[in-house]
Write a protein of this length. Sequence first.
Length: 343
Amino acid sequence: MSNKVKVGIAGASGYGGGELIHLLLNHPKVEIERLSAESNAGERLSSLFPNLPDIGILEKTSSVSLWNDLDILFTALPAGMSSRIVATLPKPHPVVIDLGPDYRFAKADDFSNVYHMEHGAPETLPSSTYGLVEWNRETISKARYIGSPGCFPTGALLGFLPFLHAGFLDKGPVIVDGKSGVSGAGRALTQDTHYPEIAEGMKAYKPMVHRHVPEMENAMNLFSGETGEVIFVPHLIPINRGLISTIYLPVSDDVTPGMIESLLLKYQEDNPFVRIVNSPPSSAHVRGTNRIDIHAVRSKKAVVVMTAIDNLIKGAAGQAIQSMNLVLGEDEMTGLPLWGAFP
Ligand SMILES: NC(=O)C1=CN([C@@H]2O[C@H](COP(=O)(O)OP(=O)(O)OC[C@H]3O[C@@H](n4cnc5c(N)ncnc54)[C@H](OP(=O)(O)O)[C@@H]3O)[C@@H](O)[C@H]2O)C=CC1
Ligand SMILES: CC(=O)N[C@@H](CCC(=O)OP(=O)(O)O)C(=O)O
């Protein structure tokens, strides 16, 4: 009998779910036991993802018995769905790692204010935590429910938190300019992500009102104690994968380039998926990896921090597996790609 950890994936027909399967097939400690979908329930995995092997038929997410005897359940579902599934599961049930937003806020009201819906299982929130691994390892390793961060908050928080934590921020807001590839919007067709609408053009969307603003502000407070404003404007750019964040941080005069360099080198030393690079990072250099590349420059009154991640890996499936590794007591890098192909 195999002594591998049994995992299930709810939402296996989407981009997040597909990337989880791709990565978990190369993970030495786990066996993928169950896969589910909604409109695609009944389809074979390889007909939905010809890049993946034919490992089974996707069942209906709402069949509760699917998830009972697993060790880990990944949910890659629209907002509100994973907590509704959790509410139906008899206890004890697997540790739940949600790629969506249901477990990103500690309070049900905060979730409801941002997502305009009820939380499906508020009684589970005290056993949950935010899955930003580099800043929350200890708590993640003991949590029952993990809310993996959104893709934009991942790229931004991992870039600006070291500076805030070190007390370098001067008065003023943190400004984040985010640029995401189209897979960030999920697999379902919409007019905004339809090929002619997005190819050969770029645009900002939801300036200042994106749902990732409260998520960033909440995590900023949690991990650095700062309560300031995050000004965030996301942009959709015509690439499949990749997310770039350019962050403008007002800093006091006594923060020298030498202090910035030592801070970032220590950050890299402590975090195996953080790489400090000596020129602005490219989405092409992190594609297919769980890395975040970071570069920072000092101007007269600010530090500009530039980060690049693969939105489907470090921004979603890879980061969720990094959390799973902590829950399992494994090295956090197990089964995760540090380097990728280029070009
Ligand atoms: N894409 C990204 O870069 C990132 C995504 N996320 C988050 O991860 C989650 C999944 O995103 P992503 O994979 O991109 O989305 P997709 O749209 O690609 O996939 C959504 C999945 O949810 C299923 N689904 C849709 N409606 C329902 C429903 N009513 N009940 C149950 N299942 C349903 C779909 O099933 P079917 O195909 O059968 O309809 C599909 O498996 C979202 O919460 C997203 O915000 C987080 C970080 C980054
Ligand atoms: C390009 C694009 O559309 N990206 C998505 C963010 C993807 C993500 O991380 O969303 P969740 O917070 O729901 O997990 C957006 O801006 O809505």
